[in-house]
Ligand binder design. Structure first.
Ligand code: DLL
Length: 454
């Protein structure tokens, strides 16, 4: 039985690709035929559109203007007849304008702050909370989490969906929840030791920080009970995950979601396809569109993910433009699941920087830095145009072993990094070397870009 797997056995099973030792939460759905999944989606989509149209004035007006009625939705492709929803819709209707149930029925509120204006507020009724927990139970089991695990939360327990969302699902599975919350890294490490924590839930950048602080304190990660890292909330480049896995001797998976459609739980990484995440397709209808035109891209091609939650009652958004760039494939996975898989999100259509006319994605910088010995995954991009010309500076944090007393050596290293970046970004950038620990760590999502031009 999987629940009896020790840390060593679980790592061994993973090395041997012995995925059967890790149970699938809901095989009836997660391993269903594509036809069955599509049939479930269609039935739920028809209901969802009707539910939304009848209960939310904002949607009724938008659909009337677009000339589409609930009865026009007869196939999954008909979803394209519906207008898109974006963040603006949730801001415009703040706080309760998109709610489809009486507020008395709402049992929880969450919000995402965003950079400008009012927050985005979302609500859940009891049925939504059950759906949410179901999604979380699936994704944590994709990482090999079992009811006997002890799960320590390093996400914040505030309006952010990450903390409570994962908490409820893990607890429903039967795990012992250790609600440590965000911050206080040394306390986290002490709690892992004292309480025998086996699962850590964190952003990947914070997990790396926990790892580093533990190493500094002389904590032996290999001997620690910790077995699984559940990451999410921000992009997790493959190099970063591999580094954490080897330094902390744990298995890590990366989970995706967003406040507007629910929070964490939209998709989760399984142990077999480590670069992709299975979408909870009976709960979310996905589309991938060209971010410029909004038109569907050919199957399997990259574009912007658009999501329609199916069966979500309190806030039933239709065709939400996530701005997250990915591609989706529907081939069955080695883990036994048949649900579609999305490539892990590395960038968003709105995080592209234009530097002197050249498009630059932070993920490109990440990839270059990941290929350079002696630098940590912590970095920062600062963009300025004080002189009228865009200047992009990449602050690169060095590992202790890359530090040298020789100015010439350090300067040569700096120039070599700048050359590598220029080769990929096709625009010249400044590089500033930062001493180990010099890039600020955060307990939440890492902020990699400081664009001072705005
Ligand atoms: O970050 C929900 C979440 C919490 C997911 C914890 C997983 C774990 P928001 O704060 O609304 O919600 O931010 C959503 O964060 O559109 C993506 O751009 C990004 N994002 C979230 N998870 C991932 C991930 C939560 N695993 C926005 N990989 C999304 C890449 C992610 N980007």
């Amino acid at each position: 039985m999987a629940s009896q797997l020790t840390k060593q056995e679980a790592l061994e099973a993973l090395r041997n690709k012995d995925y059967e030792r890790f149970p699938i939460h809901n095989p009836d759905i997660e391993c269903a035929s594509r036809e069955r999944i599509r049939a479930i989606q269609l039935e739920k989509l028809i209901q969802q559109v009707k539910w939304t149209y009848e209960r939310v004035v904002w949607y009724r007006e938008k659909m009337d203007v677009a000339g589409v009625a609930p009865g026009d939705i007869r196939t999954l492709e008909d979803v394209r007849k519906l207008p898109f929803t974006d963040k603006g819709a949730l801001r415009e209707t703040f706080p309760y304008g998109l709610f489809a149930v009486p507020l008395d029925e709402v049992v929880e509120l969450h919000a995402s702050s965003g950079t400008t204006g009012k927050p985005i507020v979302v609500g859940y009724n009891r049925s939504d909370m059950d759906m949410w927990a179901d999604c979380i139970m699936r994704l944590v089991q994709m990482a090999g989490v079992v009811p006997s695990d002890r799960a320590q939360m390093a996400f914040g327990y505030g309006m952010f969906t990450g903390g409570f969302g994962l908490h409820y699902g893990l607890q429903k599975l039967g795990c012992m929840m250790i609600p440590a919350g965000s911050g206080n890294t040394e306390r986290h490490i002490a709690m892992i030791e004292d309480y025998g924590t086996t699962v850590l839930i964190a952003t990947p950048s914070y997990a790396l920080h926990v790892c580093e602080v533990g190493e500094k304190l002389g904590f032996d990660w290999e001997k620690s009970p910790l077995r699984v890292g559940l990451f999410g909330g921000e992009p997790c480049p493959p190099g970063l995950k591999a580094e954490i896995e080897s330094r902390m001797h744990i298995i890590c998976t990366d989970n995706y979601g967003l406040t507007e459609v629910m929070g964490p739980g939209v998709s989760g990484e399984c142990l077999a396809s480590r670069d992709m995440q299975h979408i909870a397709e009976d709960h979310f209808l996905w589309e991938v569109v060209d971010p410029e035109t909004g038109e569907p891209v050919p199957d399997g091609q990259p574009g912007e993910l658009v999501l329609t939650p199916l069966g979500k009652q309190a806030i039933p958004v239709l065709r939400y433009r996530t701005h997250d760039l990915t591609r989706v494939i529907t081939e069955p996975c080695e883990c036994g699941r048949t649900t579609a898989r999305m490539q892990k999100v590395r960038s968003r259509s709105d995080d592209m920087l234009i530097i002197r006319g050249t498009n630059v994605f932070p993920s490109q910088v990440e990839d270059v830095l990941a290929g350079i010995e002696g630098v940590t995954p912590h970095y920062r991009i600062v963009v300025d145009n004080a002189t009228g010309l865009d200047v992009m500076t990449v602050e690169v944090e060095l590992k202790p072993e890359a530090m040298s007393d020789s100015f010439a050596e350090m300067d040569a290293f700096r120039r070599a990094i700048a050359d590598k970046l220029k080769g990929v970004l096709l625009v010249g950038v400044q590089v500033k070397l930062v001493e180990p620990g010099g890039i600020q760590r955060t307990a939440g999502k890492a902020k990699h870009v400081d664009d001072r031009r705005k």
